[in-house]
Design a protein around this ligand. Sequence first.
Ligand SMILES: Cc1cc2nc3c(=O)[nH]c(=O)nc-3n(C[C@H](O)[C@H](O)[C@H](O)COP(=O)(O)OP(=O)(O)OC[C@H]3O[C@@H](n4cnc5c(N)ncnc54)[C@H](O)[C@@H]3O)c2cc1C
Length: 380
Amino acid sequence: MTHYDYIFAGGGCAAFSLIHYLTKSSLKSKNILVIDPQGRSYPSKTWCYWAEKPLEIHPPNQLVQWNQLSFGRGKEKTLLKLKNLTYYHIQASDFFENLRLYFDQLPNIQFSESQVETCQTSSSGFEIITEKGEKFTCDYLFDSRLDTQIFQDGKKILKQQFVGWKIKLDQSFFDAESVTWMDIIPSENGNFSFGYILPYDAKHALVEFTCYSEEEIPYSLLEEKLKNYLSDQLDRISYNIYFEEKGRIPMSTQFKMNSPHPRWINLGTRAGWSRPSTGFTFQFIQEYCQQLVSELESSGTPTLKKMPSRHYFYDNILLNIVKKWPKQLDRLFVNLFTSNSPDHVLRFLQAKTGIWEEISILSKVQFYPFLKSLWHYEKH
Ligand SMILES: Cc1cc2nc3c(=O)[nH]c(=O)nc-3n(C[C@H](O)[C@H](O)[C@H](O)COP(=O)(O)OP(=O)(O)OC[C@H]3O[C@@H](n4cnc5c(N)ncnc54)[C@H](O)[C@@H]3O)c2cc1C
């Protein structure tokens, strides 16, 4: 049975990010095994984040970026110009392949293309058994496995559910300068829904249909909604789909898997690093992985990574509205973005604002939905 310093159960965004930062630290010579069935068949995903400059982990020569966000409902659109922040885009396959090429040059990082079947504590740390029957032990276990079971354990939680297509049009249509961040779509069943468009040029874009719902919505239905949204947007312009992505991201301030041991460390969405109110995770992963590495270097016992607790309070206020009064969300979001500088709101969504900035942001929005939510406060 081979023993490793660090085993990663799951080799997705959080695992690759953490390994990247480990290789830049004093822990760079630790023996590492990454167990993930995906191998080099990387998932169809695009990740966006906002920052003043591209993050150090951003694949070089793959910069796609925007400085304008459009926000609205139907024909009412507001264009918001970012001042100091830029909205960046990463193709997950570029991210994984770029890091994998780098890891393959390092003799202390190994990969096993299999599924982790069991993980348990043992006298030598942790024992991991894969579906292929391989057995490994390690001192630290980094766990980012996430499967749909987590969404089906009896407790219903809100989920951001979406389907996106990269499409090519046969004539120019998109405004390549601005991302459609939220184009609110009236919904018959009360679920909050919106379109999201990342234009690459006048003829190419990723277009998504997103819906917030506790009930699991079949992807086939989300695809149908996306098709309807596209036909509303494009009128009669025809298109070809050349890439598809889909997902369900938990929107819950309570969502995190308990870790049975201080050296069994959950990462990524499994650890509750997806911001409950937005589903944005990529940048939290980068920030928390860097913190984890410095704690591993200094004390060897990392602490649980979380946003300041008041941000969970804000998220609960918003999720309460999502759940109980979804029809009020469109005005609330439009109001939040149009009454404040977009840079400020984005920093708020990234939990990077101070309390006075938060008071200033929230004092400019209509109070009634927030007061109602506060009166009926619940954790979601
Ligand atoms: C389509 C999509 C688009 C997204 N876009 C954005 C965005 O624009 N911005 C943003 O901030 N966030 C975005 N997110 C959210 C988030 O950033 C990503 O989901 C991110 O990949 C989360 O990283 P992770 O490491 O937690 O999970 P993952 O990257 O999903 O990694 C988990 C890994 O665990 C593996 N695994 C599961 N079970 C086992 C097992 N039993 N044994 C071994 N391995 C296992 C899986 O194969 C997978 O590789 C998006 C999510 C999706 C689904």
